[in-house]
Design a protein around this ligand. Sequence first.
Ligand SMILES: C[S@@+](CC[C@H](N)C(=O)[O-])C[C@H]1O[C@@H](n2cnc3c(N)ncnc32)[C@H](O)[C@@H]1O
Length: 278
Amino acid sequence: MLTRIESDELVHLVESGAKGRRYQVVLQPGSCFSFAHGVVAHDDVIGLEEGSTVNSSLGEQLVVLRPTLGEYIAKMRKGSQIIYAKDIAAILSLADIFPGARVLEAGTGSGALTIALLRAVGSEGEVISYDTRREFQEIAEKNIETFFGKVRSAADAHAGKPRLILKEGDVYEGIEEQGLDRVILDVSEPWRALHSVEQALRGGGILVCYNPTVLQIYKLSRRIELRYGRSFRVMGIYEVGVREWEIKGRSMRPQHRAIVHTGFIFVARRLVPMRDGR
Ligand SMILES: C[S@@+](CC[C@H](N)C(=O)[O-])C[C@H]1O[C@@H](n2cnc3c(N)ncnc32)[C@H](O)[C@@H]1O
């Protein structure tokens, strides 16, 4: 396992304390990072073991850590609203994303979910990501490259990396791929994509839709009930709340604020009709 920090790596420099400010830096030989508490030469960080401390020119101590996926997406550039880490974790689990899976998502947005999917499908897997807006995909592409370095594209194969195909396309209009293991939709009218998903998802495959309002979930459920009952079985609708706790000496209590509602996670499985068409 890689513990020494290398050049061109993405790291966070974290001030002391549980809530210490963190600064995101891509390390380049000869460069410097400046902030309110001095300067840190990238060369002083390159070669350190992850978890080491560096001193800035003004004596501020900073811990050097590779960011977790959640820490990275909270800081990365955003074109659209992203799915946050608490919901990404639940989506990966409820969609049962596995190494080697072929997963389609729409829309790409800023690429937060795309990054998590790429990591979960691993080097044998494939993520196909549709978005109607190329400008969002350009932001997502940069975010993904900053986190992973290069991923495999359709044409160019980097062994040992997951394969990503970014497509400018409208999922309501159709999905070119077939036999997909999973489809994840983060679009505002997912019921309009049911026909496309019906064609593209393999039997037993999982459809997850992520939507902020109950009216969207209601419309999706009703459309399945009225028109797609033979093709999809609804498995559950979930939301995830997170409440952080604070420990200060002998005082141990929940934070005053919690993240309760961000979005609903709707899960359905693709059914295969019976032989006599029922
Ligand atoms: C909320 S953002 C997705 C955020 C993304 N899941 C993330 O975590 O960064 C919704 C995206 O869906 C795209 N979109 C909306 N309708 C679409 C459609 N019919 N087909 C493909 N993409 C669509 C939008 O352009 C937008 O980028």
